[in-house]
Design a protein around this ligand. Structure first.
Ligand SMILES: Cc1cc2nc3c(=O)[nH]c(=O)nc-3n(C[C@H](O)[C@H](O)[C@H](O)COP(=O)(O)OP(=O)(O)OC[C@H]3O[C@@H](n4cnc5c(N)ncnc54)[C@H](O)[C@@H]3O)c2cc1C
Length: 403
């Protein structure tokens, strides 16, 4: 193993975590990190929150500084995309014509913005129409979200709602086009979705239930076309979800479904290739099913697990999925894996803004979230997978630890 060459393709959070963990665990062979973005790997959550609002700067959310990569002898090939994986020769071909040999390869190519499936939304490429995945996207969007600017957001998922909150805080006039009456209700249930909707409405976000048919430019001005007619906008964000970057994996002949199929140690159908982070549809031993998770915590934990697998340490994907969000004065952590139809149980007073949500399926707690209540996530994790009555879950007199 010591002399082996490990190549990590995709210099995002998952990839950067893998290289750090390899050195942390004592790997002394060659490590190369390849990424098409020009800068050092960074964390993306601030792009829709602190960075967009102006409080956070890239230096604060860069995973490691340049000196770290030098000191840990990690070769960086940044600003160049990989164009194919020659798995028989164990080689990655890059857009600049060079090739990088690997003993083992970790794919961590992340996601890109959904532009509307096979048929992109009309007008997606007009000036003033943005998506948000990269620092360069966030820079361009931030420059246009000025006091009084009319921002239209297509999509009411996490990124759409976070940007809506950040833009209101910058004084923009914000309209969100939601395909459902209540944002996120299809996944998290009506009660929480309505809470989020009302939070945004209280802060002056105009949330409309309407399917957007396209964006037009009329006399140099943007118009958003929806079932409700045509509305002017100065800037538009397409926030219609993300699509995993699995093309390289597919053409390399790896098994791919909704993501790159990997086992509980993150190995793909090729024994020399692993896949992690947003692209991995991984066997979760706790859930007993394959899941693909597009969240920050998953990128870190799978980044570490990949290093363990590469070094022959016996670990597996056995943790509950977790994510967080921040919107206006709402901060929330979620842990678990609920089905859209699961029953929701609230503990606390939603009107106070501080409460817990539990999801249950056949008496069993499938997921839990803490909203503006902190340092309880470990206790919530302990309840997951257990049968607990709705009455006990909702009763604030029963300590979480006693559930
Ligand atoms: C705006 C935004 C806000 C978010 N907020 C939250 C949040 O609040 N909470 C939360 O839990 N999660 C959040 N997330 C999700 C979280 O950031 C992602 O799940 C995480 O970044 C995934 O890490 P990754 O390394 O798998 O992929 P990425 O971070 O997407 O990195 C993949 C990298 O691979 C590169 N790449 C792709 N193809 C190639 C190629 N062919 N050659 C070379 N390089 C390539 C990409 O350019 C990219 O740099 C947010 C995401 C975004 C975009």
């Amino acid at each position: 193993m010591a002399g082996e060459s490990i190549v990590v393709l995709g210099a995002g959070l998952a990839g950067a975590t893998t290289v750090a963990e390899l050195r942390e665990r004592g790997f002394t062979g060659t490590i190369t990190l390849i990424g098409e973005e020009p800068g050092l790997p960074y964390e993306r959550p601030p792009l829709s929150k602190g960075y967009l609002q102006g409080g956070e700067e890239p230096a604060g959310f860069t995973v490691h500084d340049a000196k770290w990569y030098q000191e840990h002898e990690v070769m960086l090939r940044l600003g160049v995309a990989a164009i194919s994986i020659e798995s028989a020769r164990r080689q990655v071909l890059l857009a600049d014509g060079s090739a990088v040999d690997y003993g083992q390869l970790v794919l961590a190519t992340g996601s890109r913005a959904n532009l509307g499936g096979g048929n992109p939304l009309a007008g997606y490429d007009l000036p003033g129409v943005h998506t948000l995945r990269k620092l360069s996207d966030a820079k361009a969007l931030k420059a246009e979200i000025t006091d009084g600017a009319r921002l239209s957001i297509v999509g009411s998922g996490w990124i759409g709602m976070e940007v809506a909150a950040s833009a209101r805080q910058s004084g923009a006039r914000v309209t969100v086009y939601s395909s459902s009456e209540v944002p996120l209700a299809a996944v998290f249930g009506q009660r929480f979705g309505r809470h989020l909707l009302e939070l945004h409405q209280r802060h002056g976000v105009d949330v409309r239930t309407a399917k957007v048919q396209g964006i037009e430019q009329v006399d140099g001005h943007l118009q958003v076309l929806s079932q409700g007619g045509s509305s002017p906008a100065d800037v538009v964000l397409l926030a219609m979800g993300a699509v995993p970057n699995v093309q390289l994996a597919e053409t390399a002949g790896l098994e791919v479904d909704e993501g790159v199929l990997v086992d509980a140690t993150l190995r793909t159908s090729d024994p020399h290739i692993l896949a992690i982070g947003d692209i991995a549809q991984a066997m979760n031993t706790r859930l007993g099913q394959r899941v693909r998770v597009e969240h920050w915590d998953n990128a870190i934990r799978q980044g570490k697990l990949a290093a363990a697998t590469l070094l022959g340490d016996s670990e597996s994907y056995d943790w509950w999925p977790y994510f967080f969000t921040d919107q206006f004065d709402l901060g929330m952590e979620y842990v678990g894996h609920n089905d859209p139809g699961d029953e929701t149980v609230i503990r606390g007073d939603m009107d106070s803004g501080e409460f817990l949500i539990f999801w249950r399926n056949s008496q069993v707690v499938t997921a839990a979230a803490n909203v503006n209540i902190w340092d309880v996530n470990d206790e919530l994790r302990a309840v997951l997978g257990r049968e607990v009555s709705a009455e006990r879950l909702a009763d604030p007199k029963i300590e979480l630890a006693d559930l």
